[in-house]
Design a binder for this molecule. Structure first.
Ligand code: NAP
Ligand code: GLV
Ligand code: GLV
Length: 322
């Protein structure tokens, strides 16, 4: 059976694909669209990254394709409805990246609160004269209010960290989570309430039709003037232009982004010149250990399906039961 892998992934994953005829795109950037469409022509399985758009056009070319294994927890890059219609299984890699992504979220929260990038730049520029009572004073994290939008795996891992910092936690999600609520002393509120009461807002919903631009101009205008927002989910959940405007007009204090509407962000984007913004290049799951676990999980999902074994992380399990 033939398998195409759209980027080199950690060896622990590749080893699990040994029994297949595997081709790997050797580049450091995604395969060009034409190459991807050509390579999938005769494959049974595709192991892809969030940088690859997997849609009806691709499925039209890939006549033998039976499984798309996404090397990510999010799968908004894959047209799952179209895959399901054609009986193609889609899988993802949730869970193994929960802690690393929650850690990055908290690192960004702390960096915003304590003005770390600004303090670094200040010291390196030689402006430091003396210890002083008001030098680079920030927000006290202990006791401040954290609003978590989307109480899934990562949302809950962020709540666990916030509880350790004695933050007051509010959350909103599609469904109420009584267990987590009790464990972390959280309060379930509406999005409106969450936005108007939080000192820090953090987004952990997947990108879907309902969550596209979930946080736009109107929502940002509900936030407190001294509040900060963090996004490590998907760029399109937050209206980036509205965010930059809110920061420029000082209607909110700060923001930290790991994900963007367009990735990589074009160098002429206002993101690079807006004040109060901390930006990192989609590194939520970027620890060596997590990337190895993702490789193993993505390979296992693909391998198990092609060999007829139980699949750990199906996104559209209806295909398995058909
Ligand atoms: P998850 O366990 O599926 O959690 C997502 C949560 O969002 C679910 O609990 C779900 O609600 C909630 N939700 C979905 N639609 C909603 C809506 N319309 N309104 C309110 N809540 C909604 O996923 P996860 O593993 O935590 O990952 C979350 C997302 O993070 C992924 O989809 C991915 O896009 C992103 N991610 C980013 C990185 C990174 O590198 N920055 C790494 C990993 C993941 P209910 O449970 O209440 O139904
Ligand atoms: C990364 O963004 C993921 O969804 O795994
Ligand atoms: C600060 O360094 C202190 O000792 O309070």
């Amino acid at each position: 059976m033939k398998v195409y892998v759209t980027r080199r992934i950690p060896e622990v994953g590749m080893e699990l694909l040994k029994e297949f005829d595997v081709r790997v795109w050797p580049g450091d950037e995604p395969p060009p669209r034409e190459v991807l469409l050509e390579e999938v022509r005769d494959v049974d399985g595709l192991l892809c990254l969030l940088t690859d758009r997997i849609d009806g056009e691709l499925f039209d070319r890939a006549e033998r394709l039976r499984v798309v294994s996404n090397y990510a927890a999010g799968y908004d890059n894959v047209d799952v409805e179209e895959a399901t219609r054609r009986g193609i299984l889609v899988t993802n890699t949730p869970g193994v990246l929960t802690d690393s992504t929650a850690d990055l979220t908290f690192a960004l929260l702390l960096a915003l609160a304590r003005r770390i990038p600004e303090a670094e730049a200040f010291m390196r520029s030689g402006r430091w004269r003396t210890w002083s009572p008001d030098l680079l004073t920030g927000i006290e994290v202990t006791g401040s209010v954290l609003g978590i939008v989307g109480m899934g795996r990562i949302g809950e891992a962020v709540a666990r960290r916030a509880a350790g910092f004695s933050m007051k936690i509010l959350y909103t999600s599609r469904t109420r989570k009584p267990g987590a609520e009790q464990a972390f002393q959280m309060e379930f509120v509406s999005l409106t309430e969450l936005l108007s009461a939080s000192d820090f807002v953090t987004i952990h919903v997947p990108l879907t039709q309902e969550t596209t631009r979930l946080i736009g101009k109107a929502e940002l205008s509900l936030m407190k003037r001294d509040a900060c927002i963090i996004n490590t989910s998907r760029g399109a959940v937050l209206d980036q232009r509205a965010l930059c405007e809110a920061l420029i007009e000082r209607r909110i204090r700060g923001a930290a982004l790991d994900v963007f509407e367009e990735e990589p962000v074009p160098m002429d984007d206002p993101i690079f010149t807006t004040p109060g913004l901390i930006i990192v290049p989609h590194i939520g799951s970027a620890t060596t250990k997590t990337r190895q676990r993702m490789a193993k999980m993505a390979a296992l999902n693909l391998r198990n399906f092609l060999l007829g074994h139980p699949v750990p992380n199906p996104v559209n399990p209806v295909v398995l039961n058909a």
